[in-house]
Structure formats: structure tokens, C-alpha cells
Design a binder for this molecule. Structure first.
Ligand SMILES: *Cc1c(COP(=O)(O)O)cnc(C)c1O
Length: 398
């Protein structure tokens, strides 16, 4: 995949925020479809199939039912009573950690697996870093009788043994990627290359609001169930119906995009929290990677660099294009927190609320714990996943 630097263009903003980006697949000057000729047809086909499915009440009903009967939705909105008292805020937690497989990723993969079936595909191809999206894809593939092929950097395979076993248990095939740094970026490039030769039988199941159109839009739509549910739940929990702040962690940005979609037309302030070492929006530069024009961490030659975070799920050097657009418009704000704040936040949540959050999710908590919010503010935080997988990294902190 090409990794080049492109100068910004000043596009005119049209249409409602977080709506359908249309055929261009652009969010302002970001997004689009920067892919080899051989994938253009496949991406168009995915877009057409998704457009058709998303307008079909039958498909929507079937997905809703699956989310309810299999994934455990709706997830609760939990008032964090003791933490709220300590912080002088009203904190509500949207509990994606309570879904089947333990994170929001299940919402997206169930949608894409249903779409793959509808398109007559027999295989799912996915990239994975820490293995969370790989496990989710393997889960959805097993449920639908599809074959999952998961590309994973050789270094990540070594580091994430448990998730490799999970995927094997679920019947997925794992392809080790030994090019480049042998991590997520290389695994994604290799997975897209593999798709070129398998477009007739395989659906590429992208794990976040990244990649060529229609993926950033489609994945946001599959994740908007988080925001839509939370919006309804806030209406009964809060006298003002809408919180002052809506906060979510950002790797590629799918749990944040799904959360924001439910609140973008309200006065709530939208805050995306990135890892210091994986801050596409805060520290990236405009570029193209894996088929999308967005912000990526790059060196002076425009080569995309490695991201580093204590939370493996935030270890991606870029951010979804729609987030950069929301930032440019001033509708959402993106901030970063450091690893040590994240660990402290995870421990504090565990000890005040009895909830062990994923270190990714703890980024969002770390930001509200800084004490910078006006006293008495109401805050809705998306808890994107549970923290069992991270206990090894926390050992030193306890
Ligand atoms: C993968 C993951 C993330 C980051 O992905 P987004 O696309 O930014 O949501 C966040 N939290 C958890 C628990 C994850 O597994």
C-alpha cells in the first residue's frame, strides 16, 4: 500500500454531521478510497451491499435480534456512584465490557459477517494487532459458518499467545506476517494484499473506522448502537437528558465514532482520548495508509512510524478520517493521556466501582480524572472493553 504525504485541500462541508458520506466516501477532505485498481470493484460491491442492507428493515431487525440474543445488548449504563462522589462529577459508564467477547468489537463483526453472508461470501479476512479484532472476527465467523483468515504480525503472535489460542479454538486460520516491523500495520497491508486475490469469495472485515470507503462509514454505523442506546439511557438517568461531556478512547476510533454518532446533534461536548504514543489526531500528519486519507504518525520522509501504548488496542499509528473532520470543524476534541495515568485510572475504577476496565477504556477515565472538568459536570464515558486481558501488564502497578 502506498504511504505518501498529501497536502490538505479546502473542501466545502455539506450535509448533517455523521451522516452518509455519499459516493465519495469523504468526510471533508479526509477518507476516500486510495487502493489498487484490483480492489476498486470489491469496495464498490461492499458499499452497494451495505447501502442496500442498511436500508432493509429485515437486515436491521435481524442484526438487532442478534445483538440482543447473542451479544448481550442493550448494555447497561452504569452510574459510577463512588467515583462520581470522589471526582465531584456525575459519571455514567456505557458498559461495552459486558458484551459477549468483552468489547465493542463484536457489534461491528456481527454486522460485517451478516453482510458477508448476504453477499454470498464464504470467507472473512481480518487484520489484528493485539488479537482482539481477530478473536471477534473468528467468533462471528464460527457463528455464521464462515472461514476466518486472520493476518497477524509475527511479533504480535509471540506477545499475544492467549488470543492466538482463542482464535485457533474458534477455528480461525492465523497467517503470521514477517514483513516490516511484524506488527499491526504490516498485518493490515498483507491482509489487503491477500484480499486482492480472493475478492470473489472473501469479505474483508476491517476492525475500525479505517480503510477505504465504505469501511469508515460502515463500521461507524455498525457501532452507532453504542451511542444510540446511551442517548436513550442518559435521557432517563440525567435531569438534563444529555450529558455535558461524552468521552471515549480512540485507537482507530470505532467505539468513539459509534458513541459520538448518538450525541453529535446534541450540545454534549465530544472528547476522544488517544494514547500519548498512538495519537493520530493529536500528533499525526496528513497522509494515506491502507486505502484512506487521514492523519498518521510519520517521519520526515512521510513513512508511517510505529505507535506505542500500554494498551495494545490503541497501538495504531493513525485515526479514522471522520474524527479528523470532526476535529477540524471543532465538533469533537482530541486529547492524549500517558501510560502511567492510564494504569492509575484502571486501578482507581476497579477500587471505587468494582469494574476492571480494559487499558484502552482506562484512557477515557484517565482524562476525566485529571480534575479539569467544571465541578458538577455530567459525563458519559464509554467503557469499550473489560480488562482481564491486561492483568499481566498491570502486575507491576499492584
Ligand atoms: C480495539 C479496542 C479499542 C480501540 O479501537 P477503536 O476502533 O478505537 O474503538 C478500544 N478498546 C478496546 C477494548 C479494544 O479492544
Amino acid at each position: 500500500m502506498p504511504e505518501l504525504l498529501i497536502r490538505p485541500r479546502r473542501d466545502v462541508v455539506r450535509g448533517p454531521l455523521m451522516g452518509d458520506p455519499g459516493a465519495s466516501g469523504r468526510f471533508g477532505e479526509y477518507g476516500g478510497r486510495y487502493i489498487p485498481e484490483s480492489l476498486i470493484g470489491a469496495c464498490r460491491e461492499v458499499e452497494e451491499a451495505f447501502r442496500d442492507a442498511w436500508a432493509d428493515p429485515g437486515f436491521r431487525g435481524q442484526l438487532d435480534r442478534l445483538l440482543a440474543t447473542y451479544a448481550g445488548r442493550p448494555t447497561p449504563l452504569t452510574p459510577a456512584i463512588r467515583l462520581s462522589a470522589e471526582l465531584g462529577l456525575t459519571v455514567l459508564l456505557k458498559r461495552e465490557d459486558l458484551t459477549h467477547t468483552g468489547s465493542h468489537k463484536i457489534n461491528n463483526v456481527l454486522g460485517q459477517a451478516m453482510l458477508a453472508k448476504r453477499m454470498g461470501r464464504t470467507h472473512l479476512i481480518a487484520e489484528t494487532g493485539a488479537g482482539q479484532h481477530g478473536v471477534a472476527t473468528a467468533t462471528a465467523a464460527a457463528l455464521f459458518g464462515l472461514q476466518a483468515t486472520v493476518f497477524m504480525g509475527a511479533k504480535d503472535i509471540e506477545r499475544q499467545e492467549l488470543n492466538v489460542f482463542r482464535m485457533r479454538m474458534l477455528g480461525a486460520q492465523i497467517v503470521p506476517v514477517t514483513s516490516g516491523a511484524q506488527t499491526l500495520k504490516d498485518a493490515t497491508s498483507e491482509a489487503m494484499r491477500h484480499w486482492v486475490g480472493a475478492v470473489d469469495t472473501a469479505h474483508y472485515c476491517m476492525g475500525s473506522v479505517l480503510g477505504p470507503a465504505p469501511y469508515p462509514w460502515m463500521v461507524r454505523e455498525f457501532q452507532r448502537v453504542i451511542g444510540d442506546e446511551a442517548r436513550r439511557q442518559c435521557a432517563t438517568e440525567l435531569p438534563a437528558a444529555v450529558p455535558d461531556y461524552v468521552v471515549a478512547c480512540v485507537g482507530g476510533g470505532s467505539n468513539a465514532a459509534g458513541t459520538f454518532a448518538g450525541f453529535v446533534d446534541t450540545p454534549a461536548r465530544l472528547i476522544g482520548v488517544e494514547a500519548d504514543g498512538g495519537a493520530g489526531a493529536s500528533k499525526g500528519r496528513l497522509g494515506v495508509l491502507h486505502g484512506v486519507r487521514s492523519m498518521f504518525l510519520q517521519d520526515d520522509d512521510g513513512q508511517v512510524t510505529e505507535a506505542h501504548s500500554i494498551a495494545a488496542g490503541l497501538d495504531y499509528p493513525g485515526i479514522g478520517p471522520e474524527h479528523v473532520h470532526l476535529r477540524d470543524l471543532g465538533r469533537a476534541r482530541y486529547v492524549t493521556v500517558a501510560d502511567d495515568e492510564v494504569v492509575a485510572a484502571a486501578v482507581r475504577l476497579a477500587r471505587t466501582e468494582g469494574i476492571i476496565a480494559a487499558l484502552e477504556s482506562a484512557h477515557a477515565l484517565a482524562w476525566i480524572m485529571r480534575g479539569e472538568l467544571p465541578p458538577g459536570s455530567t459525563v458519559m464515558v464509554t467503557l469499550s472493553g473489560r480488562g482481564d486481558k491486561d492483568l499481566g501488564s498491570l502486575k507491576g502497578a499492584l
